[in-house]
Design a protein around this ligand. Structure first.
Ligand SMILES: NC(=O)c1ccc[n+]([C@@H]2O[C@H](COP(=O)([O-])OP(=O)(O)OC[C@H]3O[C@@H](n4cnc5c(N)ncnc54)[C@H](OP(=O)(O)O)[C@@H]3O)[C@@H](O)[C@H]2O)c1
Length: 316
């Protein structure tokens, strides 16, 4: 209750809505610089935003390390970008709905002699129904949030030892669906009503809260960590849901949605441009900086979440 009151006092709904409207119309910044021979890691690069981003970086000469759950799709994407752009493309397989998969992958990357210049956490899922994973966690939270946390946590010192790394979360304005903040006491949604929007909001909010701690950790190093909303774009998001949701999405959401290439353009700008050098701990709507919701700035909850995530991820 105290926390709810605290956030309500912090919300500036009219000013924030105006700013969001303005930002929505802002021109997406572009970066024409080359990224030849540099390495970009992208999670969930088999479709939608991740796929478009892989192609965008490859078109500027970057080599790719794709982290996907589906081997066949990974082979196809890698063959395609090698052929189209003549870059190197490797893939690793991990299903983010399995903690052991992500942890094993994180330690494998830690032990590889690779300099990762840009790390894009993009893998995500939206589920209208509550799905509990074999790790006894809710699926959306585990795939979107815990997966990215485990990777960042295990790799944080490797990143710090590099001359520079830019970490980017493909986050969402959807973090605002968690209007009253993060629930740390019910990751299985047993004590409160599950909805697709609320679980998505919780997962994206958790990612922004983890950014507070990682940003502190990377202070005075060559590592930056930022989050972005990629716009409302056409992708395979939500295809795992029932027929009525898919119909609703096709008719109402996809009609107004744009091409994922605009998200890729923004992710290239955030990952490569000189203007972004030294910028860290910020939330962007595409390439325009924006203030996230009050719960996403709650340092106290960020601390609690950090400790809980280390335990959930088996990282003690
Ligand atoms: N589209 C939008 O308008 C929008 C708006 C705001 C934020 N976002 C965010 O953008 C990101 C990309 O979404 P998208 O719209 O491009 O959707 P998408 O086309 O469905 O792409 C999602 C990617 O995540 C992968 N993925 C899903 N579950 C996974 C799991 N358990 N383990 C590993 N990988 C998994 C998918 O792999 P498979 O190909 O194997 O399914 C796919 O590569 C997400 O984080 C999403 O929340 C999207």
């Amino acid at each position: 209750m105290i926390r709810i009151n605290k956030y309500l006092r912090q919300y500036r709904l009219i000013a924030q809505t105006r700013a969001m409207r303005r930002n929505k119309k802002a021109k997406i910044k572009e970066c024409d610089e080359d990224f030849k021979g540099r390495l970009v890691a992208i999670t969930g690069a088999t479709s939608g935003i991740g796929y478009a981003t892989a192609r965008k970086y490859a078109s500027h000469g970057a080599n790719l390390l794709l982290i996907n759950r589906n081997e066949e799709k990974s082979i196809n994407v890698c063959e395609e970008v090698r052929q189209d752009f003549g870059v190197e493309c490797e893939y690793k397989i991990a299903d983010f709905s399995r903690i052991s998969d992500v942890r094993n992958l994180a330690y494998e990357l830690l032990n590889l002699n690779l300099n990762i210049d840009v790390f894009i956490h993009n893998a995500g899922v939206f589920s209208t129904k509550k799905v509990i994973t074999e790790d006894s966690l809710e699926l959306v939270f585990q795939v979107i949030y815990l997966g990215s946390f485990i990777l960042n946590y295990v790799l944080k010192d490797k990143f710090k030892a590099q001359e520079s790394t830019r970490i980017i979360f493909v986050n969402s304005e959807g973090h605002r669906f968690a209007f009253f903040g993060l629930r740390l006491d019910d990751f299985e949604w047993e004590d409160h009503h599950y909805s697709g929007l609320r679980s998505y909001g919780q997962a994206k909010l958790a990612q922004l809260l983890s950014m507070i701690r990682f940003d502190e950790y990377f202070k005075d190093s060559g590592v930056s960590i930022n989050a972005m909303h990629p716009g409302s774009v056409k992708s395979s998001m939500g295809q795992n849901n029932g027929r009525s949701y898919r119909f609703f999405k096709r008719v109402l959401i996809d009609r107004a949605a744009k091409s994922p290439e605009i998200s890729a353009q923004a992710l290239y700008y955030l990952g490569v441009s000189k203007e972004m050098e030294g910028v860290s701990g910020k939330f962007f709507r595409l390439t325009t900086e924006e203030v996230p919701s009050p719960p996403a700035l709650d340092r106290e909850v960020a601390e609690e979440l950090w400790d809980v995530s280390i335990k959930l991820g088996g990282l003690e």
